[in-house]
Design a protein around this ligand. Sequence first.
Ligand code: BDP
Length: 602
Amino acid sequence: MLYPQQNEIRNLFDLSGVWDFQTDPRAVGETERWQLGVPDARPIAVPGSWNEQYADLYNYLGAAWYVREFHAPGGWRDQRVFVRVGSANYAAEVWVNGQKVGGHSGGHLPFECDITDTVAWDGPNTLAIRVENELKPTRVPAGNMPPRGGGVMAMMSGYPSTTYDFFPYAGLHRPVWLFAVPQTHITDIAVATEIDGTTGVIKLGVTQNGAGGAVTVTLRGNGGVHETRAVFQGERATAQITVPDARLWSTEDPHLYQATVTLVAAGGQVTDVYSLPVGIRTVQATAEGLLVNGKPVCLKGFGRHEDFFASGRGLNVPLLVKDYALLRWIGANSYRTSHYPYSEEEMMMADRQGLLIIDEIPVVSMTFEDGDANIAARLAQARRQLNELIARDKNHPSVIMWSVANEPMPPDMFKRFTGGGGPSPLDAVGHAFLKELVDLARALDATRPVTLVGMMGGPLDWLELADIVCINRYWGWYTQGGQLDAGLEMLARELDGLHAALGKPIIITEFGADTVAGLHSHPPKMFSEEYQTEFLAGYLDVAAARPFVIGLHVWNFADFQAVQSVNRVGGMNLKGVFTRQREPKMAAHMLRERWTRPARSS
Ligand code: BDP
């Protein structure tokens, strides 16, 4: 799916702004024709999470309606017109002038509805989007799961009842566009790059919604222009461009060429044009490490969240720019889109600024204990999310690896977490689930490694499925709390054991300690800035002594909103090295000092 763009042929219109809004807890909207306008509207911002905009909506996750009017620009009359929603959490249905035009389920990923036959040209149109975010065991990620563990575990569970540690924000989280393309148009472009000596090889697969004709590709960049032409075989054409002395995309020099793809009909007239940035680079996982352009990279960075005051999970462009400035300031070169796909605007920023991204689907805290039907429903949903993510992000040079899961949970998880609890017959069910996703990612994209992120105590054969082993570890926090030395010893021992058993490079994709900004203690006590600093520095030291640890992502870049529970003061996860307002804690200065040292520092 292509990001909408404006050029000499294509057009678009941003529908972001203030919309009419009304919750629909009794599900009467559709029968009462709210598709044409809600009876008791209040204003709401799009993009944005509704939970952050009104106090009474904070915990509301049921259905709600967004409605606004728009005029279709007259100049678009002979084109195909679409409404495109960047992200609606969790499920959405769309109506134009009272007629249903499409929908989507799964959140975090874009969808578009062809409204060519519905749109009115001689007056205003009414666009209505019904969004709901009910937490259900059959969804990905799942919520309202049957209680497990009883006793103290039940006491510690949170509200709303997620299976995961971030707030289940709801609403239209990314821009809503109206866009127009020619009747016969480019529907997709897939770019893959290879390097042959000093020559860059760019392979493009172009798809159109018609047949015949040809495509020309013009590649500009690094002072040169390269051109090629290919003829369509039905709906598809494949083109190749070679670039001698290519300027490769890397984290140090994220050079982007610009490819312009032009659709030329059999009669010779130009029917469509689409331009996209292209970074020439390769990624490879070997037993030694992760190679970008054939050279090993060491990942320094974070797990993050799309999260901020007032905008919630909604796209917040100034925040995006600021966060990237902070990532550069601290010396990070990488992050994971924990635990769901981030905005397309964010991925474009990563391409431009040379960040290395582990791109993740929302398979977070997946359990395998509630029966075949629920597991099958979640697997089907996860497969859709993976298909959509790879379709959306396949052309981003910044994306160096797909992650198909974060912390899938084995039965008896809490016992295993602390070192007790043994294997279960259900481990095989989890293995089959994860293998299906890993295989799917590999089938959809042969150019990038695939991983999944394991939790403490997770089965070894789940980790074995990954090209690069990714693990989240909290020795010295959730276990050995307050005993940093003991925790670091556990970490060192476990890393050596894992490497001996699996023979693959390891990235520690999470490690961190909740920290109240401004709380100090000597000696370092849990929750103090000193404890966080020593905790993170200790992990960096243990990793630095082990060359097979090829990356460290601190949990978390910034404090973020989770659900309310006895574990989360004010509902906040405080493991950020920046506060939610983006002020650095002490640990941020330590990381900056280490990560901006000239030599390999991890
Ligand atoms: C890990 C999860 C992450 C949590 C983190 C924590 O992957 O989502 O926020 O722990 O507890 O288990 O802070």
